[in-house]
Design a protein around this ligand. Structure first.
Ligand code: FEO
Length: 171
């Protein structure tokens, strides 16, 4: 029998991950509009990663015999004052997701749902990486300041990104 409380919160997390995907797609569109193709590419891959996160929760709920209840996805912000502001928003968003994952871990412990707890460990590690990756870009953009040539160098660097997420145990 799946734990109902865990399954409900995992359904909610599917929504959060899809919203993350939607937010990064919106940021990709913003960077495309500024002709910053490398940053747009980075955000497109981030969108794919978030879809993959959502699907991991989706598959786990099904594996446990739980019910999938998809809910309405909020509309993301669509404009930013600068590339730095967009990446700062991205960092704040990842901090929020980390705290949601931590809440899920707390719930799994409270409910003694060991399978959910084991599954969530991958996300705990993934969030460390997610935050570190974005923070590195934020710091570089702060250093770039008002120098367009440095901004273009960062854009070129971000165009090299490939998907390197470690596989989850259930893959
Ligand atoms: Fe799925 Fe970026 O957290």
């Amino acid at each position: 029998m799946p734990n109902q409380k865990t399954m409900e919160s995992f359904n909610q997390q599917i929504n959060e991950e899809i919203f993350s995907s939607y937010l990064y797609l919106s940021m990709a569109a913003y960077f495309e509009s500024k002709n910053l193709k490398g940053m747009a590419h980075w955000m497109r891959l981030q969108t794919e990663e978030e879809n993959m996160h959502a699907m991991k929760f989706f598959d786990f709920v099904l594996q446990r015999g739980g019910k999938i209840n998809l809910s309405k996805i909020e509309g993301p912000k669509t404009d930013w004052a600068s590339p730095l502001e967009a990446f700062e928003d991205s960092y704040k968003h990842e901090e929020k997701i980390t705290s949601l994952i931590n809440n899920l871990v707390d719930l799994s412990l409270k409910e003694k749902d060991h399978a959910a707890n084991a599954f969530l460990q991958w996300f705990v590690t993934e969030q460390v990486e997610e935050e570190a990756n974005v923070l590195e870009i934020v710091e570089k953009l702060k250093l770039a300041g008002d120098h367009p040539e440095v901004l273009l160098m960062i854009d070129k660097e971000l165009s090299q990104r490939t998907l390197t997420t470690t596989p989850a145990p259930n893959n």
